[in-house]
Design a protein around this ligand. Sequence first.
Ligand code: FNR
Length: 383
Amino acid sequence: MPVITEIEDLKRIYKRRVPKMFYDYCESGSWTEQTFRDNCTDFDLIRLRQRVAVDMQGRSTASTMIGEDVSMPVALAPVGMTGMQRADGEIHAARAAEKFGVPFTLSTMSICSIEDVAAHTSKPFWFQLYVMRDEDFVDRMLQRAKDAGCSALVLTLDLQILGQRHKDLKNGLSAPPKLTPSVMADLATKWGWGMDMLRTKRRDFGNIVGHAKGVSNVNSLMAWTAQQFDPQLDWEKVRRIKEKWGGKLILKGILDAEDARMALDVGADAIIVSNHGGRQLDGALSSIRMLPQIVSAVGDDVEIHVDGGIRSGQDVLKALAMGAQGTYIGRAFIYGLGAMGEAGVTRALEVIHRELDLSMALCGRKSVEGLDRDVLLVDEAFH
Ligand code: FNR
């Protein structure tokens, strides 16, 4: 077992273990990937302020996200096809999150169903919804999430039209993979992944399979899903979904102060400042660059979360100090999952937790509560 001290270690093992098609699906952004890259590199423009001779006993990373206690404010972001990175991937990730005391968000595009994840966990998780053209489908998903006891709905607003990722088209991304000669050659070197997949019953689209019935050929994920998203989603529909859901609502994919005000009007409990991990509008600014404007526009009135490019506890610390109450990791936990299943997700969380705790201490802070820009030295791009 290699020594794992940072998220990058998990990524290296992940790359060796998982079929190229699914590695590329995770490790890419849309078009030129500018926004995908900026999400990470913009964190480098923010530096931490070292402080000394401060009593560091009794530190805590505990906090709350939408009123739920968390051992650190780092949730697992919704990631489609998690169950293709590792057999039963959503269950592995949800269990790791539950044990660590952080929220897990199940994607609409999951392989394991809502009910499957609920059956393998004991605490409520969050459910992420994509709004589809078929209103019955949306209603059914809301009902299933309610029945499974999900404690929040994460409604994603930045993917009504699918961004284009070159690698997915070139790889012929599909789930399960179509066995072309190049896919078979790749799979031959990744037999551990294949054995796991053969063992599980969950190789289908758990959440959307009912909806997909009648679509005779669901080979091409991109083509099929692109037809399902509702391009007419507007704030009125968001309002209606909020009413139907009736519980905690988190609006995901807000990257602009005006949209943040709309989200506030609708009555969201929280917003996630996000550009979908650089997978949608290539050329948009990074989430961390947009965060300060959004915090100053609505930060007093709604809870603000952020995702995109978080690969370390230092990144989490910077996001919290910039005004976020909570953060999410997408790829960082997928690397762990693909590398080592549940243990890998736990390892990713441990690495980030340790980095957050130590960095906080070296900045002279004992708690994530009350972190502010005073712990930062910020490049002028952020002013
Ligand atoms: C995503 N993301 C995403 N978001 C969502 O609302 N529903 C989804 O099904 C997916 N699917 C998905 C698949 C993959 C492979 C990735 C990498 C991302 C976006 C995700 O929730 C989150 O916004 C980003 O992953 C955050 O960026 P980092 O942490 O991956 O840099």
